[in-house]
Write a protein that binds this ligand. Structure first.
Ligand code: FAD
Length: 365
């Protein structure tokens, strides 16, 4: 275990289930991880970041995901915000805002709206120039980490195109309201955001404004997909460890569960799932680190494989533990709820399959 992993292991300890049940990660671990630059580890050193490769940050993300998917979700949001500013911001905007994300400021990213879920072309949030300012009006839903965030990266319509705008969470006209009782990742701070005539200096609009919405959104979502995919590897590792441990120690019919062949089959399935997701994530991170044109598709593939494998494997792990894992407060019960949500976010299973089908059509003669 490297120093980064040791720090996060110490900060999470055995508290992930308590955080899940109370729906809250305390401020202290978030502050410590934020200030250490660990919530957005790929940010270059010039902005106070760790400058990790996608592969190294992915492996760290898997470690966090194996401990607590809520914390990993907060990390995904922070990394996605950092990536968006890095990709879309001017040199001045990067210099102004990125060092904040490695010194304790927490961020969240809002795309989704009540009428714009899978179909982000239906976004209606408006970012309107008004003299030296812009005025933002709209509503975002289910924004991960918004409850904790000091800075909101909000996507909206801007003239004939689209833009992302940096909105301080305490700006007049911003209301953040938590999602009540989320099914999983309960401590990830999901919230709805209302933006009522929020007036901001024009330089809060990230450069590239007026570009096509799809282009802006794809950049941000690709980072999110990589992070979720690696987080799912973590869920898979937690499930494999819990199921193996239980199968060795629990006896029925006079021998350990592991010696019943059908349970052995479940353990094999868990190992195959964990190894498959890991290899696909490694492939995607290599493409990302090379700056390959394939990286967008590789990220979709990794996210889809990770999420579907994690959701199936978490159900298998609950099956192996049976009543021992069937209550809230157990790692496999938490994994079961968390993993299901991974099949919805950053491109649902269906949307990922549609994108992969498009890719298959484009590469087949
Ligand atoms: P819908 O779009 O209404 O889809 C319902 C179902 O129909 C899904 O199964 C979908 O796959 C399917 N479907 C839709 N269109 C098609 C199609 N063309 N073909 C086939 N099937 C289709 N949003 C943010 O902006 N920021 C966040 O940080 C964020 N975090 C989230 C965290 C969690 C835990 C959850 C649950 C959601 C989060 N979201 C966030 C919102 C998320 O992006 C949306 O839930 C997701 O895009 C799906 O949209 P929807 O829920 O409105 O479902």
């Amino acid at each position: 275990m490297n120093d980064r992993e040791a720090l996060v292991s110490e900060l999470v300890g055995d508290r992930a289930d308590t955080w899940d049940l109370t729906g809250l990660i305390p401020a202290e671990p978030l502050r410590k991880l934020g200030e250490a630059g660990l919530l957005c580890g790929e940010l270059p050193e010039q902005y106070g970041g760790l400058g990790l490769s996608s592969l190294d940050n992915g492996r760290f993300t898997a470690h966090v995901g194996s401990l607590c998917s809520s914390l990993r979700s907060v990390m995904t949001s922070q990394g996605m915000a950092a990536w968006t500013i890095q990709r879309l911001g001017s040199a001045q905007q990067r210099a102004d805002h990125l060092p904040r994300l490695t010194s304790g400021t927490l961020a969240a990213v809002g795309f989704s709206e009540p009428e714009a879920g899978s179909d982000l072309s239906a976004i209606s949030t408006e970012i309107r120039p008004d003299g030296d300012d812009v005025v933002v009006d709209g509503r975002k839903v289910w924004v991960t980490a918004a409850h904790y965030a000091h800075l909101l990266v909000i996507f909206g319509r801007y003239g004939d195109g689209a833009a992302a705008v940096l909105v301080p969470a305490d700006a007049p006209g911003v209301t953040v309201e938590r999602v009540a009782d989320p099914m999983g990742c309960r401590a990830a701070g999901h919230a709805g955001i209302r933006l009522d005539s929020v007036r901001l200096p024009r330089d809060h609009v990230l450069g590239g404004a007026g570009a096509a919405l799809t282009m802006l959104v794809t950049a941000a979502l690709s980072y999110g997909r990589m992070s979720v995919a690696w987080g799912c590897v973590g869920i898979l590792r937690a499930c494999l460890a819990a199921a193996s441990c239980h199968a060795k120690s629990r006896e029925q019919f006079g021998r350990p569960l592991a010696q019943h062949q059908l349970i052995g089959g479940h353990l094999a399935d868990l190992l195959v799932a964990e190894q498959t997701a890991t290899r696909v994530c490694e492939h995607a991170s290599h493409r990302w680190d090379e700056g390959s044109p394939d990286m967008v598709t590789a990220a979709v593939l990794a996210k889809h494989v990770g999420a579907t494998q994690a959701a199936a494997a978490a159900a298998t792990a609950v099956q192996v533990l049976a009543s021992a894992g069937a209550s809230d407060g157990h790692v496999v019960a938490r994994a079961y709820r968390d993993a299901k949500l991974m099949e919805i976010i950053e491109g649902s299973n269906e949307l990922c399959r549609l994108m992969l089908a498009q890719h298959a059509l484009s590469v087949s003669g």
